[in-house]
Design a protein around this ligand. Sequence first.
Ligand code: XIL
Length: 326
Amino acid sequence: DLAVGTAVAGGGHHAEQDYADPFAYDVEYRERMAAEFSSLSPENQAKWEYIHPRRDFYNFYPMDAIVRFAEENRQVVRGHTLFWHSQNPEWLEQGDFTDEELRAILKEHIQTVVGRYAGRVQQWDVANEIVRDDGSGLRVGPTSEGGNIWITRLGEGIIADAFRWAHEADPRAKLFFNDYGVEGINAKSTYYYELVQDLKAQGVPVDGFAIQGHLSTQYGFPGDLQANLQRFDALGLETAVTELDVRMVLPENGIPTSAQQAQQADYYRRTLQACLAVEECNSFTIWGFTDKYSWVPVFFAAEGSATVMTDDYERKPAYYALQSTL
Ligand code: XIL
């Protein structure tokens, strides 16, 4: 049974916008989220800088609210994320910790966060975006240049430890790698393909490989998406699409052309079809369902309209493309 999910807006760029927390205050948003989806992902609320803003303080409130909402609406939850180079709190990045202290900090964080939601989170993105864009290796280097603090300071072996600690804290949760630019078969996805084989050979509890799916109509559709998911499936892994959106360069008037809308619908449809065709592709999540709260215009200049509904919750061709494919 395929879980069909959305990111739940809050934190991150939402905190900089001139509206109140959508999840807390936008009634229509909440109602549609309850009605349309069977899985929820915290867009920011479980990231280090939100859930662990000070060394000795966790802010569980926003994530607790999402998990409770999901249970009330019979939805599952994808946890995101435990081990990343981005959105880490200042106390961690600027802190003057020994390697031993850093290791203890990571272990405590994973045990605390995963343990708190044990049995209530279906999948965790344990390791997020750990491979360089060109697929040449892991993100080792200064944090100011996109280096992963954990791998840089503690070595590659810390990846296996992160998965082991998460598994100990919640043996039922499925534990994933998650990244962008790994939709097709390329150097980056092949790096993961080899890494997960190594880890599985060592008995590390890795359950899944997820592609984010931040696509753009500027670029061709990754036609080998299904083949790529399939090769991970063949290793005995679950696969997932975790952050799908399809952005576009908007015309002067800000309104997508019908050709753009059709191309976007086609990309959404083909991504869902690829997942449906792969046996253990069990989770399909879009990174927000309304343009009202999408991260795209904030992060990609002049681009937008990336989700399946307009600001006013009007359904786009992409919405119907997904609905008719499911
Ligand atoms: C984005 C959020 O959507 C924004 O609100 C936030 O300001 C930055 O992060 N890959 C990921 C996600 O794994 O966590 C990112 O989410 C988008 C790219």
